[in-house]
Design a protein around this ligand. Structure first.
Ligand SMILES: Nc1ncnc2c1ncn2[C@@H]1O[C@H](COP(=O)(O)OP(=O)(O)OP(=O)(O)O)[C@@H](O)[C@H]1O
Ligand SMILES: [Mg+2]
Length: 565
């Protein structure tokens, strides 16, 4: 393997070890259980030697204790298996949940723009498939190494005791196997990475299709998507078959070596029996031990692809956990400003430039001022940067130059970032209703809100008239993407949610675009009338809104022009 690959794998293994350390006690218990099972298995082999010796008449006195011990070991094995299975499920689920929760938190707290590079289907696949692979390996890989290693060594020691020459024959397969696993290691890693990528593609394709099923049906392109689905599946299958071909070649060669060694041992045992050097029972013991040796060796070898697959998955999870977290700056000042917000606030944007990663300049030298009690409008053609300026105000993205700050009336000032976001109520463009009841959608932003407060907010957004007519009122369940509501109704619930949050600044991004002119005016007037200390920033294509605004900015090819002061 190449050097940088080796250091990458080391990093991934170290990362997995970090989780393994949390569960070292459980892993130790697991090792003890495994070793116990191995000892019992080996003891069983020795027992059967005695049993055969009894049957063939060499030693008939021991029948009583040999049979009792064999029964006891059989029962012991069943108990051990039950304990091991229970421990496996408990621990691997714990590790799975721990890693998944940690990565989920990282995604939720990640820098918004950096997260944009990942498709949600891919993220889901990493959080489920890859986390499962890693959590299974964390709990099983090391104990397997210990137990299979113990089985291998145990069998070898017993063979050595009875017949050193046979031990040498048994070990002949080792160098061949070690050499082969080195050769296929880097190939396996490449396939493993491609397979994970292909499985992410399948999930992303399905997720996209389900999200847009209405569009797909309406355009009559169901066939196209069904074919597309089969194409991504085919790609996955082709990769799987290639990987399988490589792994069959490797295992066949390994099995062939194992077979030769087994026959070698058997031949040697028969020869010794023929020469009268050993008795029947010992030959049976040798056959069993030779099998035990070769099976434990194959298990040890199979830990190699398992490690490759686990480290590949670990790498995929690590890259998500390494996404830059959102910077939280000047938290203390932001807190002070929040406490003083009732005395008046202002949002000041001065000479900012902004370009999305790899995109063209969206905003250049832009200025904007919004003070408490102001309704400020941003107008302009589609795709010119209205939503972008909202994202800057919310601190979701940071301008490359210039200043974007919030100030209170006591002279405290801090940059707009995740720390100032608490002071905003935001109604984003598009449908942002969660698939849950109306009341739960509302309480998401204020979990101690009473039903009365919720109803009052719905009334402010002119939504209560239709909500009260729904079969379950505010407890009506809304489907995915606001299913069950019209576009304008969903918009009004989004607005009501922002009103309920009751933050000092309210941002409405085309939030009233689906409403008729009268309702739009009524909603906006309601929001503003409610509290004259609020700042309200709206983006709109509607001239009717502009009459009630104190200040209006028009975007003109990356520049802001103040058209109403
Ligand atoms: N996440 C993003 N990554 C890269 N470029 C983006 C991203 N979001 C928007 N853009 C680009 O930035 C420009 C401004 O987009 P923005 O969404 O701010 O426009 P808008 O004025 O809100 O348009 P509309 O009226 O259609 O909502 C567009 O050219 C768009 O392609
Ligand atoms: Mg927009």
């Amino acid at each position: 393997m190449k050097k940088h690959n080796i250091s990458q794998v080391k990093g991934e293994a170290k990362w997995m070890l970090k989780y393994a350390k949390h569960y070292w006690g459980a892993i130790l218990l697991y090792c003890v259980l495994g070793v116990l099972a191995t000892v019992m298995g080996l003891a069983g082999s020795v027992m059967s030697k005695y049993l055969i010796d009894i049957v063939t008449g060499y030693d008939t006195k021991a029948i009583g204790w040999v049979v009792s011990l064999m029964i006891a070991m059989g029962i012991g094995n069943i108990v051990l298996n039950a304990i091991t299975s229970r421990a496996t499920v408990l621990i691997s689920t714990k590790v799975y949940n721990e890693i998944q929760a940690e990565i989920y938190d990282r995604v939720m707290e990640a820098d918004w723009e950096s997260l944009y590079e990942y498709r949600s289907g891919d993220l889901i696949n990493r959080l489920t498939g890859d986390v499962k692979t890693v959590s299974d390996s964390v709990i099983s890989w090391f104990p397997s190494l210990i137990t299979k290693g113990a089985q291998f060594l145990g069998a070898l020691v017993i063979i050595l005791y009875y017949d050193p020459t046979m031990a040498v024959i048994a070990l002949l397969s080792a160098p061949v196997s070690v050499l082969m696993s080195r050769v296929i290691l880097s190939k396996m890693r490449k396939y493993s990475q491609e397979l994970r990528k292909a499985s992410s593609e399948v999930i992303t394709y399905q997720e996209d299709s389900f999200q847009n099923i209405q569009t797909i049906k309406c355009f009559g392109i169901v066939d196209f998507f069904e074919k597309g689905m089969r194409n991504v599946q085919q790609k996955y299958k082709d990769l799987m078959m290639d990987y399988n071909k490589m792994s069959i070649t490797a295992t066949s060669l390994l099995s062939f070596t194992g077979m030769l060694v087994s026959y070698g041992c058997l031949g040697w045992g028969v020869y010794r029996l023929w020469k009268g050097a050993i008795i029947f029972g010992t030959l049976t013991l040798f056959i069993q031990l030779a099998n035990s040796l070769s099976s434990s060796f194959s298990s040890l070898i199979s830990l190699v692809p398992q490690a490759v697959s686990a480290t590949t998955s670990a790498g995929r999870i690590m890259s998500v956990s390494e996404i830059k977290p959102e910077p939280v700056i000047e938290e203390e000042t932001a807190q002070k400003i929040k406490e003083n917000s009732s005395k008046g606030l202002e949002i000041r944007i001065e000479n900012i430039d902004f370009t999305y990663k790899g995109g063209e300049k969206v905003l250049s030298n832009v200025n904007l001022l919004a003070k408490s009690g102001n309704i400020v409008a941003i107008v302009g053609p589609s795709g010119e940067g209205k939503t972008t300026i909202m994202r800057i105000i919310l601190g979701l993205i940071n301008p490359q130059s210039g200043k974007s700050v919030m100030r209170d009336n006591l002279g405290n000032e801090c940059a707009l970032s995740a720390a100032t976001r608490e002071m905003f109520s935001y109604v984003p463009q598009g449908n942002t209703i969660f698939a849950d009841t109306i009341v739960k959608n509302m309480r998401m932003v204020k979990n101690d809100a009473t039903d009365e407060e919720i109803i009052a907010a719905l009334k402010t957004a002119c939504a209560y008239d239709f909500v009260k007519k729904l079969p379950e009122g505010i407890n009506t369940i809304i489907g995915e993407n606001g299913q069950g509501l019209s576009e304008g109704q969903a918009q009004r619930i989004s607005i009501a949610r922002a009103v309920l949050r009751d933050a000092p600044v309210i941002l409405l991004d085309e939030a009233t675009s689906a409403l008729d002119v009268d309702t739009e005016e009524k909603v906006l007037k309601n929001i503003i009338k409610k509290d004259s200390k609020k700042i309200c920033i709206v983006t709109t294509h509607r001239p009717s809104v502009l009459d009630i605004c104190e200040r209006v900015y028009r975007i003109n090819k990356t520049n802001f022009e103040e058209i109403k002061k």
